[in-house]
Structure formats: C-alpha cells, structure tokens
Design a protein around this ligand. Sequence first.
Ligand SMILES: NC(=O)C1=CN([C@@H]2O[C@H](COP(=O)(O)OP(=O)(O)OC[C@H]3O[C@@H](n4cnc5c(N)ncnc54)[C@H](O)[C@@H]3O)[C@@H](O)[C@H]2O)C=CC1
Ligand SMILES: O=C(O)C(=O)Cc1ccc(O)cc1
Length: 302
Amino acid sequence: MLPFSRVAIIGLGLIGSSVARAVRQHMPTVRLTGHDADPQVRGVADRLQLCDDIADSAGAAVTDADLVILCVPVGAVGAVASEIADDLPADAIVSDVGSSKASVAAALSAALPNNQIVPAHPVAGTENSGPEAGFSTLFHGRWCILTPVEGTDPTAVARVQAFWRALGAEVETMTPEHHDLVLAVTSHLPHLIAYTIVGTASDLEQVTRSEVIKFSAGGFRDFTRIAASDPTMWRDVFLANKDAVLEMLQRFTEDLTALQRAIRWGDGDALFDLFTRTRAVRRSIVEQGQDDARPDFGRAHD
Ligand SMILES: NC(=O)C1=CN([C@@H]2O[C@H](COP(=O)(O)OP(=O)(O)OC[C@H]3O[C@@H](n4cnc5c(N)ncnc54)[C@H](O)[C@@H]3O)[C@@H](O)[C@H]2O)C=CC1
Ligand SMILES: O=C(O)C(=O)Cc1ccc(O)cc1
C-alpha cells in the first residue's frame, strides 16, 4: 500500500521537480499537485507535465493533499507554511527538503501547530537549479534524513519514511540540532570553502586573468562546480545554520593555522600524517559506495 495518495509540492526547482519525477516513476497512481511562486517556473512545470495540476497559489495546491512537501529555500519555509495554513487539511502531513533543519522545524511547528510535521533532508543534489535540472533518479541510493520534532506521531514519521524509501532513498532519523551539526561539517563548510577559494582566485584573476581559467585543472575545477551552486539557497542555509557553521569554521580555521605552521617550519611529517589520514577517509567513502563518481550521478536526465 502507498504511504500517500495525494501529494502537493510547493517549489518546483531542482529538488521539487526531482521529487515530482520520482513520484511519477515509483508511485504512478499518486495524484500530484504543484505550485511555484515564479510564474515562469509554473509554465515550465506545466510544459514538462511534472504534476497533474499546477495551482496559481500555494493554498490552492494543498487543499486536497495528504502529504505536502515544501521544496523552497529554507528562508522561505516559514512564509509558505503561513500561506497554506488556512487551506491545509487537518490530517495532512507537512514535510520539506531543506538543507538545514532546526530553524525549518521551528518555523513549520509555529505556523502549523495542528498538523503533523516531519521535516526531511534528502542528502542528494547538484549545483544546478530550476525545474529542468531535476531528474527522477536523484534520490536513488542516497540518504534522506528525517528530523521529527518532539511529540510527532510515529505513524506520520513511518509514512514519510516509506515515501522516501519508495523513491529509492535510505532513511535515517535524528534531531534537527544533530542534523545541523553533522551537515555543517559535511556539506555547509565545504560549500563555504569552495565559495571562498573561487572568490579568491577570481580576485587574483585581475592580475593573472587568463592563467586562472587556462590552468584550472584538478582541485580548482572541482571547487568551481560546488561554487556554482544556487546563491539564494546557500545564502539561506548559512543564515539559518549560523551557530553550527560558525563552530565548524572556528575548528577549521585552527586546523588551517596548524597546517600553515607545518609548512612554514618544514614539518613534512605533520603534512604527510594528515594527508595519509585524509586519503583513508576518501577510500572508506568510496568503499561504502557513497562517492559521487558513480557514472549516473547528477547526469541522468529524464
Ligand atoms: N540544490 C541541492 O542540491 C539541494 C537542495 N536542497 C534544499 O532543497 C530546497 C530547494 O532547493 P532547490 O530545488 O535546489 O532550489 P531551486 O532554486 O532549484 O528551486 C526552488 C524553487 O522554489 C521557488 N520558491 C521560492 N520561494 C517560494 C515561495 N515563497 N513560494 C513558492 N515557491 C517558492 C523558486 O521559484 C524555485 O523555483 C532548499 O531548501 C535546499 O536547501 C536539499 C538537498 C539538495
Ligand atoms: O552538488 C553537490 O555536491 C552537493 O553537495 C549537493 C547538495 C547540496 C545541498 C544539500 O543539502 C545536499 C546535497
């Protein structure tokens, strides 16, 4: 039996459109309604037939839903939740896909005190945005983290878990605060570093304009992919997960200073030991099949 039969998706960009495509592929009998604040996105969603119905307002999209998923930047979640409050059926479960969780969980609970709230974060994505960037296999073999708030009905959590499993994801549950700490180091800090290094290189480019592009092999090239990620989405993530990001940034800065000292004093052993440790981390990720070097990752479109 399907966990839900009428799903509403608010925000039809990369993640919302991927959820729509994945629902179509894995649960073809589910009735899908969608809405996006941007009329152009609604037009594209209509043309791509991502949903059975594209509504002109968030409220109109949710009137009949048993699951509502907010797929908007985390800074917009509170406003969208307030927008749907009057039209939301009492038994509808509300979820989201935001990259940070504590502020999102708080905003959803505050705006929708009478509904079951099961915040979620599919740890899967690309540097691209918009409805045309999505694809149905995005969640295959990827983690989806659920961060239910205290007092949530376990049945609601189990149904959202079954939903993500049906889309091909593996599901784990943790508190919103723990999620934000873990993701600060595994996702948010790496994005911040990529934005910084590409920004620094782009400043240097004034001096060595053509060389930065010409010789952007290896490491720098990989950073430019991450640094091409959506500005609105990432602005919101850093503002929403401020405390955890600042804590991890503090630790990172201390470690960077230690590395700086090792280079200055010619401490080759310190450098060699660290690089040996980090190589082992990469190899264990690859062994567990969690690396993005799989042939289909981020490239398959349907
Ligand atoms: N991009 C990625 O790789 C991943 C993103 N996420 C999370 O997914 C969420 C969506 O991100 P993407 O799909 O990548 O962004 P996107 O930019 O591709 O799509 C977001 C859509 O939300 C719409 N929107 C913005 N404010 C709205 C509002 N008030 N009402 C209705 N629609 C609104 C925009 O018009 C846009 O079409 C974010 O919270 C992000 O943190 C989660 C996992 C991966
Ligand atoms: O493109 C990449 O490498 C990503 O890291 C995608 C991504 C971005 C944000 C998330 O919350 C989860 C995954």
